[in-house]
Write a protein that binds this ligand. Structure first.
Ligand code: ZN
Ligand code: ZN
Length: 385
């Protein structure tokens, strides 16, 4: 399994001798430029992932050393990868300054490209009620995942000690192969055959995992769903996916969010929409009506209906909508923390009038003059009817 490694320096547009500071600033600049919430170009999402992949390697001292040693232009088996690290949970925290979120949210997205020495991603769906998405919630998610065997500490050898280091590769699991070709000498790195790339020869197999070094387990994870998440969004929880058989870091847990419809609210991003019916007399005289909101500390707002309000009047109440996710607030233009509430006012005409009511309405109608009905007057003038 030889794969062509990408040139991570080229991706970040820095020299091979770049300092940590230079790397970091190049990464921040590119990540902001290609963040899928900001950059809507079709290739932005894959470019964004590529940038993150590059920085995940070059931003880590141990990984960068490994990467430099194995070279970039040559095909390389990255079996010696990972190990060390284990530090900071997310590079995104850095980007979205001040964030406590340990995950990152993409809109749409999908193709998660694997970096070298990384376990498989696990994909799961989470279905939320409209309110759960609006207020945020905690969900317990049960799924199967391979985890390192405790009794042998992932070595596959009994007690974690019943093995010797492979003499062929000195325990690295990788060997350099030099070939003479018509184009000259080619040097490549491949998995060591003597130990199958594991770097060790097992003397006695671990009875708990039958030498595999891992056990398939059912795990339950508490997932914190942030306030304001939307249908179709994807939450990536770093390093909660499958283990990497070659000792690299875990893959990610990727959650596709589905939000169920509401009884009377509709939603477009963080904006809420609701239709509020009022009576004919409320529309004519003016009134105050209660309109529900989806807020933690508030159940409704008092909405003033002006006298003479027409049916299908749209009233927008700013910042009475849903919370806007932090990851979507980093854009240069969108600094709002909440969406709007859009209220569609509909006048309901009364039905089944009693004879007495009919008389009252007739009396009222006769008292009106055409200045009170400018639309009707305009219609009559235009159509001559
Ligand atoms: Zn074991
Ligand atoms: Zn070996």
């Amino acid at each position: 399994m030889i794969k062509m490694a990408k040139n991570y320096y080229e991706i970040l547009g820095v020299q091979k001798a770049a300092s940590d500071e230079e790397l970091k600033s190049a990464y921040r600049k590119l990540a902001k430029q290609y963040h899928p919430d900001i950059n809507k170009a079709p290739e932005a999402a894959s470019k964004f992932k590529e940038i993150n992949e590059a920085y995940e390697v070059l931003g880590d001292k141990t990984k960068r050393q490994n990467y430099d040693r194995f070279g970039t232009a040559e095909p390389g088996g990255f079996s010696g990868f990972g190990g060390g690290g284990g530090g900071g949970s997310s590079i995104f925290e850095d980007l979205f300054s001040g964030g406590t979120d340990f995950f990152n949210i993409f809109t749409g997205g999908g193709q998660q490209r694997r970096g070298p020495g990384k376990g498989e991603d696990i994909y799961k769906n989470i279905t939320l009620t409209f309110e759960e998405a609006a207020f945020g919630t905690t969900k317990e998610l049960k799924f199967d995942r391979s985890e390192s065997c405790n009794s042998c500490r992932g070595t596959g050898a009994k007690g974690g000690t019943a093995y010797t280091q492979c003499a062929q590769c000195n325990g690295t699991g990788a060997v350099r192969v030099t070939r003479e070709t018509p184009l000259g000498r080619m040097v490549s790195t491949g998995a060591c055959r003597a130990c199958g790339g594991k770097g060790r020869i097992v003397k006695q197999t671990c009875p708990d995992c039958n030498g595999a070094g891992y056990i398939r387990r059912s795990v339950v994870k508490k997932i914190d769903i942030p306030e304001g998440i939307g249908n179709g969004q994807v939450m990536t929880i770093m390093r909660e996916g499958e283990r990497d058989p070659e000792g690299g870091e875990n893959g990610n847990l990727v959650l596709a969010i589905k939000v169920m419809p509401h009884r009377f609210f509709e939603r477009d991003g963080s904006d809420l929409f609701i239709t509020v019916p009022i009576t004919f007399s409320q529309a004519a005289l003016g009134a105050t009506v209660r309109v529900p909101v989806l807020k933690k500390d508030q159940a409704f707002i008092e909405l003033r209906i002006e006298p003479g309000t027409q049916s299908h009047t749209l009233i927008t109440r700013e910042r009475e909508g849903l919370k806007i996710l932090k990851s979507e607030r980093t854009g240069l233009f969108n600094r709002k923390d909440r969406g709007d509430l859009n209220i569609n006012i509909v006048v309901e005409t009364p039905r089944n009038l009693t004879p007495q009511q009919k008389e009252l309405v007739k009396e009222f109608a006769n008292s009106c003059n055409d200045l009170q009905y400018p639309k009707i007057r305009d219609y009559q003038n235009k159509t001559n009817l």
